[in-house]
Design a protein. Structure first.
Length: 252
């Protein structure tokens, strides 16, 4: 589904991503792991068109992605969450989800000539957003402001929000960082449910227990390069991976 080949990106003297290659197959859950500064978020920024690579190729379902604008990449069916939460604090949960949806009412002519149709679509969209909030267990809080939610609950809203886009490939940057164990278990179950529904997930995470519990495959980055790929069990025993983490406070 996603092919990344020899991707490179430098910031001044720092080679953030270096000859990075890996793949994600349809309906897989793949974890992208690596020490701090390994280039994981930069890979997401490259995949989603937020930054341009120096060189390399990315193909999504056979379509080249490099040089394509972020909104066009989103239209192709790829969406992401951010390492730092980016909800709109003064909007309600439903409103935060609604803005992620494509809506015909955004076109002036539709509003003027198809008012009944638009009204119907708005109602359907709202119902779908409430269903998604139900999926993450936040239906009761649908009319609360995002800013009044706990950190873990905001992470759940972020997941619900990317589902509002109907994307097939979900990129999650540290979905359980700073989240309590109860909420972490909840997020794990939601991701499993999404896989059952046919979604493909590529996620970055430092929480190794979460990674080992949920990933079908793990891709390890170190200094911007893929150094190992395998099942969670294979990765736990890989000497190159252990070496990369040596001296860093992460238990594999
Ligand atoms: N916009 C930028 N300008 C300059 N340097 C950057 C920029 N973005 C990332 N970097 C640098 O590139 C390297 C890779 O950063 P990146 O954020 O991709 O790492 P990461 O693997 O996501 O790390 P973490 O696990 O801490 O989130 C780091 O050295 C970082 O400081
Ligand atoms: Mg990061």
């Amino acid at each position: 589904m996603l092919h990344i080949k020899n991707l490179n990106k430098h910031f001044g003297g720092i080679k953030a991503v270096k000859d990075c290659s890996f793949e994600v197959k349809e309906n897989e859950i793949v974890a992208l792991i690596g020490p701090n500064g390994a280039g994981k978020t930069t890979v997401f920024n490259l995949l989603t068109g937020f930054i341009k690579p120096d060189k390399g190729h990315v193909h999504y379902k056979g379509t080249p992605l490099l040089g394509v604008k972020p909104y066009k990449i989103s239209n192709l069916g790829i969406t992401r969450t951010f390492q730092l939460i980016k909800l709109l604090p003064k909007l309600t949960l439903v409103e935060n989800l609604l803005i992620a949806k494509q809506q015909s009412g955004e076109h002036l002519l539709n509003i003027m000539f198809k008012p009944k149709y638009i009204k119907h679509e708005e109602k359907e969209n709202r119902n779908h957003c409430v269903e998604l909030l139900d999926l993450v267990g936040l239906k009761d809080k649908r009319n609360h402001y995002a800013k009044n939610l706990s950190y873990g609950q905001q992470k759940l809203v972020e997941i619900a929000r990317i589902l509002a886009t109907d994307a097939d490939l979900l990129l999650l940057d540290e979905p359980v960082a700073g989240v309590n164990p109860v909420m972490r278990a909840k997020i794990k179950n939601i991701l499993k449910k999404l896989k059952e529904q046919g979604k493909t997930i590529l996620f970055i995470e430092h929480d190794m227990k979460f990674v080992m519990d949920i990933a079908d495959r793990v891709v390890v980055l170190d200094y911007g390069t893929e150094i190992a790929t395998g099942t969670p069990k294979q990765i736990q025993k890989n000497p190159r991976v252990l070496q990369a983490y040596l001296g860093k406070k992460v238990k594999l």
